[in-house]
Design a binder for this molecule. Structure first.
Ligand SMILES: CC1=C(/C=C/C(C)=C/C=C/C(C)=C/C=O)C(C)(C)CCC1
Ligand SMILES: [Fe+2]
Length: 336
C-alpha cells in the first residue's frame, strides 16, 4: 500500500535524470499490460463468467500472496522517519499502527455504509498515487475515483451486490452514485492519460488499460488484475529500492512477517465468525474490511513521510535543480 507523492527520483526516474526526459517503463507496466490484455481478450472472446465464489476465493488468495506484502514494509519506513529506534518505541509503533487498524474495523461495524464511502475516498487518493506523482493530489485522486467507479458503470448491480455484502443493503446507493458519475470520470481519466502521455507514455498506457479492463471484465476480476499486477507490484519494487541500503534478507523478513501477521488475524476472524454467513461472504468482508483497516494507518504513515519530505525540500538550497542532482543519500519517503 505505497508510493510517493513527490518528484523524488525513483527506479523509473533515476537520480540524475534531467527533468523533461521521459522515464522508461518499469517492469510492472509490462506485467500489468500483458495480464490486462490477456484478461480483456478472454472476456471479450470467451466470456468465461467465473462464479462470484470463485472470484472471491481468487481475490482472497491473490490479495494475500501478492497484494498484502506491498504494505508490509511500513515498519522500515517508520524507522527511516524516526518513528522508532529501539525495542520500546518499536512496540509503541506496532501498538499505534494496529490500534488504528482495529479502530477502522470497529467503525465499520458501527457505521458500515459511511465507512464504505470513507474507504472509497481514501482508496481513490491511495490508488491515484500510482500515477502523475509530479502533480497535485487532486487530479490523482480523480484518477483513483474513476478507477473505482468504472466497475459500477459496467455492472452497477454486481457492484451494488458486493457493497451490500460489505456494508448492508443501504450501501447499494453508493454503487448507483458511482454509476452516475462513471461517464464523466471516464472522460476525465482519458484526459489525464493524454496529459500523462507527453511526460510518461507508460502511464498513459496503464490508465487506458485500467479503463478498458474495468469496462470489459467483472468488478472483482478487474480489481484483482489491477491490484496485484500494477499497484502492489509497483510499490513492492519501489519499497525494495527504498530499502536497498538494508540487507535484502532483512527487508524480505519484514515483508513476510508483516504479511503473515494480518493473515493470521484474518484467519482467526474467519474461524470466530464461522457459520454467521456463507464462507464467500465472510471472505469478501475479511478481504475488503481488512484492506480498509490496513490502508488507514498506512496512509497516515505516507502523510508523515510526505510532510518530512516537504520539510526536506524546503531546506534544500537549490530546489529547482534537485531532480538533476546526483543521487542524494536516502531521505525518508513513505510508499503508497
Ligand atoms: C469493494 C469493491 C471495490 C472497491 C475496492 C477498494 C476500495 C479497495 C481498496 C483497497 C486498498 C486501498 C488497498 C491498498 O493497497 C471495487 C473494486 C470498486 C468494486 C468491487 C467491490
Ligand atoms: Fe496500496
Amino acid at each position: 500500500m505505497t508510493a510517493t507523492a513527490t518528484t523524488r527520483p525513483t527506479d523509473t526516474e533515476p537520480a540524475g535524470q534531467a527533468p523533461g526526459i521521459r522515464p522508461r517503463a518499469p517492469r510492472e507496466t509490462y506485467l500489468f499490460t500483458a495480464t490486462a490484455l490477456a484478461t480483456i481478450l478472454a472476456f471479450l472472446l470467451a466470456d468465461p463468467e467465473p462464479p462470484l465464489v470463485v472470484q472471491t476465493v481468487a481475490i482472497a488468495i491473490l490479495a494475500a500472496v501478492l497484494g498484502m506484502p506491498h504494505g508490509a514494509l511500513d515498519p522500515l519506513v517508520a524507522r527511516r522517519l524516526g518513528l522508532w529506534r529501539g525495542a520500546l518505541s518499536f512496540g509503541a509503533f506496532n501498538l499505534v499502527y494496529s490500534g488504528l487498524a482495529v479502530a477502522v474495523v470497529a467503525l465499520w461495524l458501527v457505521a458500515p455504509a459511511p465507512s464504505l464511502v470513507l474507504f472509497l475516498v481514501v482508496s481513490a487518493v491511495h490508488f491515484g498515487g500510482d500515477w502523475m506523482r509530479e502533480r497535485s493530489p487532486a487530479p490523482r485522486a480523480l484518477a483513483g475515483a474513476a478507477l473505482l467507479s468504472l466497475p459500477a458503470l459496467r455492472d452497477e448491480d454486481a457492484v451494488a451486490g458486493l457493497y451490500a455484502t460489505l456494508a448492508g443493503e443501504g450501501a447499494r446507493s453508493v454503487a448507483a452514485a458511482q454509476s452516475a458519475l462513471g461517464l464523466p470520470l471516464l472522460v476525465l481519466l482519458l484526459v489525464l492519460a493524454v496529459v500523462a502521455a507527453r511526460r510518461a507514455p507508460h502511464e498513459a498506457v496503464e490508465l487506458g488499460l485500467v479503463a478498458l479492463l474495468a469496462l470489459t471484465t467483472p468488478p472483482l476480476v478487474f480489481f484483482i488484475v489491477y491490484f496485484c499486477t500494477l499497484h502492489s507490484a509497483r510499490h513492492l519494487r519501489e519499497g525494495f529500492a527504498e530499502e536497498r541500503e538494508q540487507p535484502r534478507r532483512l527487508t524480505a523478513l519484514v515483508v513476510v512477517a508483516y504479511t503473515v501477521i494480518p493473515l493470521i488475524a484474518a484467519g482467526v476472524f474467519l474461524a470466530a465468525t464461522a457459520g454467521t454467513a456463507s464462507l464467500d461472504d465472510q471472505l469478501l468482508r475479511v478481504v475488503f474490511i481488512g484492506l480498509a483497516a490496513l490502508t488507514v494507518p498506512h496512509m497516515v504513515l505516507v502523510g508523515l513521510g510526505d510532510r518530512a519530505l516537504r520539510g526536506d525540500e524546503r531546506a534544500s538550497a537549490h530546489p529547482p535543480l534537485r531532480a538533476a542532482r546526483p543521487a542524494a543519500p536516502p531521505r525518508p519517503r513513505a510508499r503508497r
